[in-house]
Design a protein around this ligand. Structure first.
Ligand SMILES: CSCCC(=O)C(=O)COP(=O)(O)O
Ligand SMILES: [Zn+2]
Length: 202
C-alpha cells in the first residue's frame, strides 16, 4: 500500500532532491550524469523517492524522481536510478532518512591508495560527522565495487562503521547518509573535505 504517499509528496521530494543535486553538481561531484540521491517517504512499508536514471544531475526538475520500494523497484514514475536498490538497503540498514551518492575524484583516488579503509584523526572537521576532533581514529570503510546492488549492499553491511555515515565504493564513488537531506548533505561535504585533505597530504 502506498496510499499514504501522494503525488504531491513525491513532487515535493523531487524538488528537494533536484536542489540538492544541483548543489552537488555545481561542485563537480556529479559529472556526466553520475551520482544519485534519495529521501525516505515512508518506513512501513519502506518507500523512497530516488532520482531518475541517466539524467544530468545538474539539470533535474521536481518530476525527475521515482517512487521505489524496499528493493529499489519502481512503484510510481519512470526508470529509477540503477543504484536505487542500494539506497533502499542503506536506508533500511542505518535508519537514514536520506542517502547521497556522488562520484568524486578524491573518493576514487583515496580508495585506490587505502583499499583497507581511510583513517582520519586530529581534524576539527570530524565533529561534522559527530566524532571528537582529537585522539580518536575514525575509519571510512572502502568496499569493492560490483554491478550487483545486492552484492554491494552485503559488502556495505559487513564493512560499515557506525561512527562514520559513509562508505567509499572502490573505483566508483562515495555513499553518504543522514537523518534527512540536509544532514546527508552536511555529512557528504564533511567526508569529501576529509578525503580531499588526505589526498592533498599523501
Ligand atoms: C556515468 S554514471 C554511471 C552510473 C553511475 O554510477 C551513477 O551513479 C549514475 O547512475 P543513475 O542510474 O543513477 O543515473
Ligand atoms: Zn554511481
Amino acid at each position: 500500500m502506498t496510499a499514504d504517499i501522494s503525488a504531491l509528496d513525491l513532487e515535493e521530494a523531487g524538488a528537494v532532491l533536484a536542489a540538492e543535486s544541483a548543489r552537488f553538481a555545481s561542485f563537480g561531484w556529479m559529472r556526466g550524469t553520475s551520482g544519485n540521491l534519495s529521501v525516505v517517504l515512508s518506513r512501513d512499508p519502506l518507500r523512497l523517492a530516488v532520482t531518475a536514471s541517466g539524467h544530468d544531475k545538474g539539470e533535474l526538475t521536481p518530476a525527475d524522481v521515482v517512487l521505489v520500494d524496499g528493493q529499489g523497484a519502481a512503484v510510481r514514475g519512470g526508470r529509477p536510478s540503477a543504484e536505487a536498490e542500494l539506497h533502499a538497503r542503506v536506508a533500511a540498514l542505518t535508519g537514514a532518512g536520506a542517502v547521497v551518492h556522488v562520484h568524486t575524484v578524491a573518493s576514487v583516488a583515496m580508495g585506490r591508495r587505502e583499499p583497507g579503509g581511510i583513517t582520519f584523526k586530529d581534524v576539527e572537521m570530524l565533529k561534522g560527522v559527530g566524532q571528537p576532533a582529537h585522539d580518536v581514529e575514525v575509519t571510512l570503510p572502502v568496499i569493492a565495487n560490483s554491478q550487483d546492488m545486492k552484492v554491494l549492499g552485503d559488502r556495505l553491511e559487513e564493512a560499515r562503521n557506525p561512527r562514520m555515515p559513509a562508505v567509499v565504493v572502490a573505483g566508483h564513488g562515495l555513499y553518504v547518509w543522514g537523518s534527512d537531506p540536509r544532514q546527508a548533505r552536511h555529512h557528504t561535504e564533511v567526508v569529501e573535505w576529509l578525503l580531499e585533505l588526505e589526498l592533498s597530504q599523501r
